[in-house]
Ligand binder design. Sequence first.
Ligand SMILES: [Zn+2]
Length: 610
Amino acid sequence: MTIQELKERIIIANKKYREGNPIITDDEYDELLNELEKRIPKKEFIEFRKLLFENPGKFKHTYKVGSLRKIKYEDFNDSEIKFIGNKSGKIFITPKIDGNSIVLYYDEEGKLANVVTRGNGVFGEIRNALKPVFPQEFLPNAIVRGELCMTFEDFEKIKFDYEEYRNAKNPRNLVAGLVHRDDISEGLLKYLTFIAFQIMGDERNQETQLDILLENFFTIPDYEIVEVDKIDKEYLKKLFEKYKREADYPIDGLVLNDVGYGFENELIPTKRIAFKVNVEITQSEIIDITWNVSKNGKLTPVAKIKPVELNGTIVKNVTLYNAKNVEKLKVGIGSKVLVYKSGEIIPAIKEVLTESETHLPKKCPICGSELEYDGTELWCKNRNCPKKIIKKLVEFLKRLGIKGFTEKSLKNFGINNFKDLINFKANKKYKNQIKLEKALKEKLENLTEEEIFKSYPFQNLGDNLLSRIIDYYGFDNIKEKKFKDGYPELVSDITFKQFKNQLDGALKFLELVKERFNVKENKKKENKILKGKSFCVTGSFENFKRSELEKRIKELGGEIKSVSKKLDCLIVGNKPGSKLEKANKLGIKILKFDDKIELNELIEKICKGV
Ligand SMILES: [Zn+2]
């Protein structure tokens, strides 16, 4: 066999192997490789193997990527937990993350080589376009399993930022869509979060594994260690509900195994189970459908139902999501329906038992304008629809950090639009009115023009997008409506058009504020790269004081906080205190540095790493 023939043979065998139809045995395959290795230079051989590894398509997992036995709340019994926990009498519990299972393969140098989907547990698919989401380096030849998911916050952001995802129903499906997109861009990768929970093939217990993962910049799940005797199904249900309330990402159960559990090379592990709480479903009847007008003018249908109890609370209202859904479900007054609490804890309709005639409203319930139907949503396009305006006012106050004023209170004060609000003069008889007038002055006179502009409640534009737009075109240009060519990163032409449509309103608003209040001069453009991120520093550094580092972080827009669940990142120097332990437990991102590092270098690193 010539070298070329030998290479071709290996490539075909490799391809078939990955497709799940091997044409030769593993031993025969290894023999071919051995022979090739003898016949060609080492460098060429390494290149060739690399090529084999990178070949897209089916990938045979090194270990079986198991799927857990699911025990439902109703079927749970104590013997189950005693069986699982018979090794140490203690159970290790983590939330079951509702994402997409991913296995990471690191090469002999510890570099991330392949990102592979679970597939059927034996063969997965290589998705190396996702690589930037994961730590690029880890232990040599390590195989890491985890869930690729999306935080609720990122889910809202991506819906805002990308037109095509605006109607996404839940984070999990959106992640699945992204995983299988061949043209996924770096921009989209930012919305993904990977939570690692296992080093495959590693016999050490899970807590040790998670520690190692955390030290190497993986995000890990929360966990709890509980004695077998203390666990019953009510305990687990409560714990599940607690995790569900607190988690930043979707979870759909709990994972239980013995504290000493390491790894089982099984498609269905025997000593690790998933605990699931079933969603309760109840029958009721629709007594009315009302349409709420949002600040964007979108009408959201809500079904009023005969009150029923679901998972311990009384449910009277059920969301119908949008007009299209109402048509699809064929629901109306008198429809008998099955309702349940969906993943996001909002009651929804599971099934319509008796259909009714559906009537979509023709006119806005607030202002009476003709509604527009885009096939999915109904819109009130009246710019002056009072409901839209009052909602914007409330949002504006919220953005300023002025609390305690609702749509109703503003109406009571006689405030119906921005002009009324900015020029508001309190009736001195009412404390609440004085409070509002004072708060407005205090807040607005402490902001720069640009900051005030940013506090305007633009619709369909998150803070993030708005900042991108302002940074790209420059605030002074925006005021004069001068726009250079192109769009900022992540801002689509649709988004930009929406911004431009609202620009007049926002500028007029800015003029109103400037007429009434002494607005601060615009500060020089500062680099606020750490804005929105919180940091805590523990341990010491040789070349600077902790307080110097904290000052620099603040100058870059970052916040200094103590260690809590809300903290984004812990910076660790020499001899860290108990903060490190606490951060470890909470699964907070930890950046460890050599204590001889220079301040500038450290700052550069955290700016890159966050
Ligand atoms: Zn209206």
